[in-house]
Write a protein that binds this ligand. Sequence first.
Ligand code: GLU
Length: 398
Amino acid sequence: MPKSLSNRTLNIAASLTVAIDSLAKKMIAEGKDVVSLGAGEPDFPTPEPICKAAHCAIDSGKTRYTAPVGILELRKKICEKLSKENGLRYEPEQITVTSGAKHAVFNSLAALINPGDEVIIPAPYWVTYPELVKWLGGVPVFVDGLQENDFKITAEQLKQVCNDKTKAILMNNPCNPTGSVYSREELEALAKVIVENDLYCISDEVYEYFVYKGTFTSIASIEGMKDRSIVINGFSKSYCMTGWRVGYDASPAPIAKIIGKIQGQATHHPSNIAQYAAIGALEMGNAESLKMRDVFRKRRDFMVSKIGEALGQKLRAPEGAFYLFAPVNSVYGRTTPEGKTIKGSVDLCEYILESQGLAIVPGAAFGNDNCVRFSYAASDENLESACRRFEAAIRSLK
Ligand code: GLU
């Protein structure tokens, strides 16, 4: 009998967004007629200047180890970006370049958590957050963003869950899966509670360029917050670089030092070539990303209208990111033509994939079983087909 495996690891769930994306890609590779709105992955190619920067890095022999925290030139450029766009002044020593933003979330939590520490996670949340907290021995504490408040949490709700064990809050603004965007005023109210309770704040801002109404504010830019915040961002979504795996943490110096140590032991550093590609991205600026945002806005409007029609209800238009988190609980209790009762979001997504070849993600994975998530970072053609398939699936339920 082999010895048992790590309990900590056995106790965490696999990422459902990643699992659904992999399953859909496998089915497509097998020749099945599947449309995937599973993973949030822009359908546009990586812009040419970024690819050129990577080619150039290979041609000039940038194929060896870099510093664990990433190459200095990239960290300087990240500082410039944070200063210019977010009003946040950092030194390059405070930046750690990571293998995607997910890795930056892991680093941040690993730097902060002791066993039993509570980490507040506004729900609905991205699938990865609670699992990483648990894996590191922390305790996720969920605060439900109510649908009538556009799925956002309030300062009052936050105050109620803070106690001696609360170590940090993990914010995601704009939010995956809901697309909610916190206004400056809302962030100021939350920041007041965060400061009063002496919490750290991890702020995942990967969707910052995809805001359709109002402007984006980093919570770290609010008075009293920068020295207790770890700002996370990445290139996957904003520069169509999902497969390149580049993200970063910007943190107070003592935390950055610890993150550098973790990274030096765990991964050494992200790919040297991909880091040069990221420099190419920052040199481009964000004009291309903002053009992409305008395309996403049209796709969002299309999805809100078509999915709303299929469900026979008016849906809210998400203010940011590229996801539609639609309430589908009105069909729970109905049965499929094969006689299976749809009991929740997992049953519904399974049925839609099996019967119509449409991959979407159950809200249960994000802490809200009443909804399902559609990623509209997909081609117009796929979105049109997805809406037809969704409508047909809903219509077939008795
Ligand atoms: N962040 C994307 C999503 O939520 C990509 C998959 C993942 O890493 O979760 O779909």
